[in-house]
Design a protein around this ligand. Structure first.
Ligand code: UDP
Length: 403
């Protein structure tokens, strides 16, 4: 794990001084993060980097994961989908399954830290165990247009929290508790984002049988319909008519996502017959993700919905030109035609990719602007600072806190 000092050349001394100052004010407080998976997806990615750094600051933080069976995660995935506006039927039985598992977790989990930090809907009901400590609900997903019934169900729990945190202003909700807007972040020193020697990049490409004889377009994402992998293939096919290129669709599944296997089958079926489409099933390997991003000429993130889209920040940090949908937290990261290109459709995505492949100078400029935008706004040091201010605000409920 990187030490705090190692971030100074990247973000400057004063940011690290701020962190130490704030950490000092939190001395003696214990913090406990709880989410639903230790691997796969953006939340696990952030927690695995953040928890050790907060500890390095001298703040006592730990991270636990709820337990749940197949049925529970099928229900929570359904909740996830309908909260993102997908039409699926939610039944009374689904709520029963959710509560049944929640009751087991409430019984078995320790929740005594001074500050309980609960991530996303899956563990939300743990707040029923609240007893005098402070509880934060951290919503990482796009709830700008949630299914009413599920949102109302969640509201019964949300109101018991002290504060809620959302990633983007467009997700803010009418709530009777204080809410904060805090964007996620990437860690520039993690294996996923650190500089890589060219030989490592070459070795990863070799492992997957990819030859750099034509431009590489890449989307790295869990195989989830909301990431629209089929739409990515359509966009690539449009480009392919004009420019001989290849597509990498790489991803794994998350432990709390039971739908992945079905989506992978659909993707394989659609890609049949085109040997320039590489579908890579990654095991959790950050260096490989890093290498694939660095080897790419254009990164695409054609999500239909997105909480924040860490993959976009990861690509921009590597100064890659990115084409991404104008959804969720993506427009915070991509200012259209400045730090990347936003798209609204398959045609739009295809057109933008073609434009970038045809204008390498322009593509390079967008990538460089993107890297600076991420440096200034979406690195882990800013994120930790805002979380510590949030923690302190819990003890000053009447004061306005400027983040
Ligand atoms: N990721 C990974 N391996 C994969 C697919 C994704 O390590 O096979 C990582 C990706 O690099 C990013 C995170 O998982 O760090 C995904 O976060 P994002 O916010 O983009 O989407 P989420 O999966 O949380 O919806």
């Amino acid at each position: 794990m990187a030490k705090l000092e190692e971030y100074i050349p990247i973000v400057g001394q004063s940011i690290i001084d701020d962190l130490r100052l704030l950490a000092d004010k939190l001395k003696g407080k214990t913090i406990q993060h709880i989410n639903s998976t230790s691997v796969g997806g953006g939340v696990a990615e952030i927690l695995s980097r953040m928890s050790p750094l907060i500890k390095d600051l001298g703040v006592d933080a730990k991270w636990d994961v709820i337990k749940g069976g197949e049925q529970f995660f099928e229900v929570t995935k359904k909740f996830h989908n309908v909260l993102h506006g997908r039409p699926e039927e939610v039944t009374d039985k689904d709520f029963e399954v959710f509560m049944e598992t929640s009751r087991h977790n409430i019984e078995s989990m320790e929740t005594q830290a001074d500050i309980m930090f609960i991530h996303d809907p899956q563990p939300i009901a743990l707040v029923n165990k609240k007893s005098g400590n402070k509880w934060i609900w951290r919503c990482h997903i796009d709830v700008s247009n949630p299914n009413k019934r599920v949102w109302e169900f969640l509201m019964d729990f949300i109101v018991k929290y002290d504060s809620a945190v959302f990633s983007s202003p467009s997700f803010a909700q009418k709530l009777p508790i204080r809410q904060f807007l805090i964007s996620p972040s990437i860690d520039p020193l993690s294996e996923k984002n650190m500089e890589l020697a060219p030989e490592i990049i070459d070795a990863v490409l070799k492992k997957y049988g990819i030859i750099r004889n034509k431009p590489i377009i890449t989307q790295i994402s869990r195989f989830d319909r909301l990431k629209d992998p089929l739409g990515v293939i359509d966009a690539y096919s449009l480009v392919k008519k004009y420019i001989d290129c290849q597509l990498i669709l790489a991803g794994g599944t998350a432990a709390d996502d039971p739908e992945g296997a079905k989506v992978i089958d659909e993707v394989i079926e659609k890609a049949k017959g085109d040997s320039d489409i590489h579908i890579l099933l990654l095991s959790q390997n950050d260096i490989e993700v890093n290498a694939l991003q660095r080897a790419s000429d254009v990164i695409i993130q054609k999500s239909l919905k997105e909480g924040f889209g860490l993959t976009v920040a990861e690509a921009l940090w590597k100064a890659k030109p990115v084409v991404a949908s104008n959804v969720g937290g993506i427009p915070l990261q991509i200012k259209h035609k400045y730090s990347g290109l936003l798209c609204h459709s398959i045609d739009g995505a295809g057109f933008a990719i073609k434009q970038l492949l045809n204008s390498p100078g322009y593509a390079k400029r967008l990538g460089e602007n993107g890297r600076e935008h991420i440096r200034n706004n979406y690195l882990i040091t800013r994120h930790i600072k805002e979380y510590m201010l949030l923690f302190l605000s819990l003890y000053h409920p009447e004061e306005v806190v400027y983040l």
